[in-house]
Design a binder for this molecule. Structure first.
Ligand code: DQA
Length: 160
C-alpha cells in the first residue's frame, strides 16, 4: 500500500496519508467506521484517480514521526495531500508543522462525523490550514476529497 511516487508526474500526483489505527478499518469499531478495509479504500481511490488522469500514492502509519516523514517526502513528488491523521488530528503540532513546511495544499478527511462525537474530537489542529475538511461520509469521504483535490489541481492548471 505504501507505493512509490514517480518524480516525473508530480503535478498530477496526489498523496494520501492515513494515521494511527486506520490500518484496522473493516475490523475496528465497525458501527462507527464501517466494514471497508483501508486497502479497499485505497484501491477505489486509485481507480478514481487513474480515471481522471491522476496518480494516487498512499501511506499509512501508526507513528507520528513516520507520518511527518511521509509528508516531507511528498513535497517534491506530489501536488496535493489527502490526510486522515486519525487521533493525531486532535493533538499533533508536529503534523501541522510538517504540512505547513511543505506548503502543499491538503484536505483533512474523516470517515466519521467528528462533530457528532466526543468533545475532544471537535478540535482539529490541522483544519485551519487545510483547503477544507470532509467528515462523516464513511469511505466516501475519501472519494469526495479526491474529487475536490482533482478539481483544485485542474483549476490551478487552467490558471497557468
Ligand atoms: C477519524 C476520527 C478521529 O477522531 C479518530 O481518532 C480516528 C478516525 C475518522 O476518520 O473518523 O482514528 O479520523
Amino acid at each position: 500500500m505504501n507505493s512509490p511516487i514517480s518524480p516525473s508526474d508530480s503535478t498530477r500526483s496526489i498523496h494520501l496519508v492515513n494515521g494511527p489505527n486506520l490500518n484496522l478499518l473493516g475490523e475496528r469499531e465497525a458501527h462507527i467506521y464501517g466494514s471497508t478495509s483501508l486497502d479497499e479504500i485505497v484501491a477505489e481511490l486509485q481507480r478514481e484517480a487513474d480515471a481522471r488522469g491522476f496518480h494516487l500514492t498512499a501511506f499509512q502509519s501508526n507513528s507520528e514521526g513516520e507520518i511527518v516523514n511521509s509528508i516531507q517526502q511528498a513535497q517534491h513528488r506530489s501536488a496535493f495531500l489527502l490526510i486522515n491523521a486519525g487521533a493525531y488530528t486532535h493533538t499533533s503540532i508536529a503534523i501541522r508543522d510538517a504540512l505547513l513546511a511543505v506548503s502543499l495544499p491538503f484536505i483533512e478527511v474523516h470517515l466519521s462525523n467528528v462533530y457528532a462525537r466526543e468533545n475532544f474530537r471537535h478540535k482539529s489542529i490541522l483544519a485551519d490550514v487545510a483547503i477544507g475538511q470532509i467528515s462523516g461520509f464513511g469511505p466516501y469521504s475519501y472519494t469526495l476529497a479526491l474529487y475536490a483535490a482533482v478539481r483544485h489541481l485542474e483549476s490551478s492548471e487552467e490558471s497557468l
